[in-house]
Design a protein around this ligand. Structure first.
Ligand code: 1GP
Length: 228
């Protein structure tokens, strides 16, 4: 692994199913963000994942795949994030899809390139909430999941995912207070430097996605806000 997640503050998440122009991609990759994560829920194919990876590889930035579909895994990434959806009603999104992937690819996996994310999806309207059949946790539930991520599973990352909607700052702060060894990632609805800065006060790493496709300038301004 040529990067250290513990040093990250900010990442952009690019959706292989959405189009970003060459000039915007260049700005993203040269923005000073710590990494590009490629990931999404809908329309993920091997072809669109690899096409986006190749475009990002023209730059120095680490490129990580957040694995959501076994058929779209390429061995060329700098790292792999494996979500385990804690608040899914179905065991398969916590354990079985990962089990199937390890059964198929276990002999080829470089385990040092892989980090597991304890995922908690907080936006009922988000595609990922529906796709993984989640139930909406309250603050006490989230804190318990965070404690499990750190003390029971010893996961490197706990990810509060509000995908598409700005989240509850108080919940993020209370969750952050429980985590010491496990890093807290926050993603969802960040559309300005001020919002990035507000969540960064509590989360270790801010993930910025959708706004890239709507207002590239606003997206780029979130980078500096997380470094100050
Ligand atoms: C999505 O957490 C990321 O997986 C970022 O969320 O797209 O709402 O910025 P947004």
């Amino acid at each position: 692994m040529d990067y250290n997640v513990n040093e990250w503050n900010h990442v952009f998440k690019l959706d292989p199913n959405k189009h970003l122009s060459d000039s915007s991609l260049k700005k993203v990759c040269e923005s000073g963000t710590d990494a590009v994560i490629i990931g999404g829920t809908d329309g993920i194919t091997y072809e669109n994942v690899v096409a986006l990876l190749m475009r990002v590889q023209a730059y120095e930035i680490p490129c990580v795949l957040e694995v959501s579909a076994i058929h779209a895994i390429s061995p060329e990434f700098d790292g792999y994030f494996i979500p385990m959806v804690f608040n899914s009603k179905e065991k398969r999104f916590m354990l079985d899809v990962q089990h199937e992937a390890v059964k198929q690819f276990g002999d080829f996996i470089d385990w040092s390139d892989m980090l597991v994310e304890g995922y908690c999806v907080m936006n009922e309207q988000a595609k990922v909430f529906q796709a993984t059949n989640c139930t909406l946790p309250d603050q006490e539930d989230v804190i318990a999941y965070a404690r499990m991520a750190e003390h029971m599973f010893h996961l490197p990352i706990f990810y509060i995912e509000y995908s598409g909607r700005y989240g509850d700052v108080n919940l993020v702060r209370e969750t952050a207070e429980q985590l010491h060894d496990t890093m807290l990632f926050y993603g969802g609805g960040i559309r300005s430097a001020a919002e990035a800065k507000q969540m960064k006060e509590h989360a270790d790493v801010i993930v910025v996605g959708d706004i890239l496709y709507e207002n590239i300038q606003a997206a780029l301004e979130t980078v500096q806000a997380c470094k100050e």
